[in-house]
Design a protein around this ligand. Structure first.
Ligand SMILES: NC(=O)N[C@@H](O)C(=O)O
Length: 273
C-alpha cells in the first residue's frame, strides 16, 4: 500500500491511500505520528471517490517525534570524505520542523554558502519499542520513503558533531509517498540523485554498512522508538562538497531523489525571502 500526506481543500492536514493517481482520504487517520500503527493504517476506512493526486499540496509523509540520521553508512561516501570506517553508527538528529514535502522549496538560508544534497532511504516506525532485537526489527517498520538530507556544510564542520549543519528549518524533503513492507523489500533498491537533470549520486541499498535491523536495534537500545519516528539510513558517494569543483545548491535549481519501488522526490531550491 502507498500513502500520501497532503493539505485538504480547507487547509487541514489529511492522509490518503494512493491508488494509481487518485488519493482516497482516510476517515480516522489524519497523519502518520505516534498514534498510528501498521494495523490502523492497513484497516483504515477511506473515501470511495478519491481526489486526483495532481494539484494536491503534499506534506512531509510523517510527523515524527524523533528523526535519527546516520552518517558514513556507505563505503563510497566514506572514501570521498577520507573518513575511517565506523565501528558504531554515526548518529545525529533532525527535527520535525526541518521537514518539507515533495514539491515544496528547499530554502537556502542567507547564513550558508554551502548547501549540499544527500539522497537517502528513510524508514518510518509503525510499532514502538525499546531494546528491539535485530530479528524483530522489521515487525516495527510502518514503511519506507525518500529523504534529501540537505546539509549546510559550512556549519556542519564548525565542530566535531553535526547538528548545526543538519537541522535547518524548511530544508529537508521527506516523501512523496510512504510504501508499506508488503509492497517493498528494502534489501537492494537503486538510489540516485539528479541536480537539474544531471546524475550526481547512484548506488544500491545493499551497500549500507549498518543495515536497517541494526539501526533499529541500536537506536532503540537507548531510547524508545515511537510510531511515526523516522530513521535516515545515510547517503552514498557523489555529494557536492567532495566534488572538484565543489557543487552547492543554488536559487532556481531542481533536485530529484529517486528510489526504486518508491518513486521520485522532487524539490525546487529557493533563496530564503
Ligand atoms: N557527510 C555527511 O554529512 N554525511 C552524512 O549525512 C551521511 O549520510 O553519510
Amino acid at each position: 500500500m502507498r500513502f500520501v500526506a497532503y493539505r485538504d481543500e480547507d487547509g487541514a492536514e489529511a492522509l490518503g491511500r494512493l491508488d494509481g493517481d487518485r488519493v482516497h482520504r482516510l476517515h480516522d487517520v489524519r497523519r502518520i505520528d505516534h498514534e498510528v500503527t501498521s494495523e490502523s493504517l492497513r484497516d483504515a476506512s477511506a473515501d470511495g471517490a478519491g481526489t486526483p493526486l495532481d494539484g494536491l499540496e503534499l506534506l512531509p509523509v510523517a510527523r515524527p517525534g524523533k528523526i535519527f540520521c546516520v552518517g558514513l553508512n556507505y563505503r563510497s561516501h566514506i572514501a570521498e570524505t577520507g573518513r575511517e570506517l565506523p565501528t558504531y553508527p554515526v548518529l545525529f538528529p533532525k527535527f520535525a520542523s526541518n521537514l518539507i514535502g515533495h514539491g515544496a522549496a528547499i530554502t537556502l538560508p542567507p547564513e550558508s554558502e554551502q548547501v549540499d544534497y544527500e539522497a537517502e532511504l528513510a524508514v518510518v516506525i509503525g510499532r514502538g519499542g525499546r531494546r528491539i532485537a535485530r530479528e524483530d526489527a522489521f515487525d516495527h517498520v510502518l514503511g519506507y520513503t525518500i529523504c534529501n538530507d540537505v546539509t549546510m556544510r559550512d556549519f556542519q564542520y564548525k565542530t566535531h558533531q553535526w547538528t548545526q549543519g543538519k537541522a535547518w528549518d524548511d530544508s529537508t524533503p521527506l516523501g512523496p509517498v510512504l510504501v508499506t513492507p508488503d509492497e517493498l523489500d528494502p534489501g537492494r533498491l537503486a538510489i540516485s540523485l539528479r541536480l537539474n537533470g544531471e546524475e550526481m549520486q547512484s548506488s544500491t541499498t545493499d551497500l549500507l554498512i549498518f543495515d536497517i535491523p541494526e539501526l533499529i536495534a541500536v537506536t532503540s537500545q537507548f531510547t524508545r522508538l515511537e510510531p511515526g519516528d523516522v530513521i535516515l539510513t545515510g547517503t552514498p558517494g557523489g555529494v557536492g562538497f567532495r566534488r572538484d569543483p565543489q557543487v552547492f545548491l543554488a536559487d532556481g535549481d531542481v533536485v530529484e531523489v529517486e528510489i526504486e519501488g518508491i518513486g521520485v522526490l522532487r524539490n525546487p531550491v529557493r533563496a530564503e525571502a
